[in-house]
Design a protein around this ligand. Sequence first.
Ligand code: FES
Length: 128
Amino acid sequence: MAGDSEPGFSAIARDHAMYPRHLGPPQSWGGRARITGPCGDTMEFWITVEDGCVKRVWFTTDGCGSSLACGSMATTLCRGRQVGEAKEIAPADILRALGGIPAESEHCALLAAGTLRAACENAGAATE
Ligand code: FES
């Protein structure tokens, strides 16, 4: 992330890109997924589930500032939600919460939402 003057980033998105929340990996988890997007970047999510809700969540990515911002916001949005709700977090939800990232990077939200959904499904499979 180049810094404060990065064009196209809202103040919220810039903050999440520079100081990503809930960076993994954790030592233990209940669900995990790792997906490489068409851009070649990889994102990984881990969650723990308690009483059907996402109790804890972590992520990593080897991608750009936008992917850091999207992964970080996805972790923030899903904490405490029912797993079924967390699975439904859409790229548009992430982008709306971030308040703006460069248009050419909006696909990063797709990778974040897809990886989070897969981690939720993996946790469900582990508990069924
Ligand atoms: Fe690869 Fe955004 S550029 S995830």
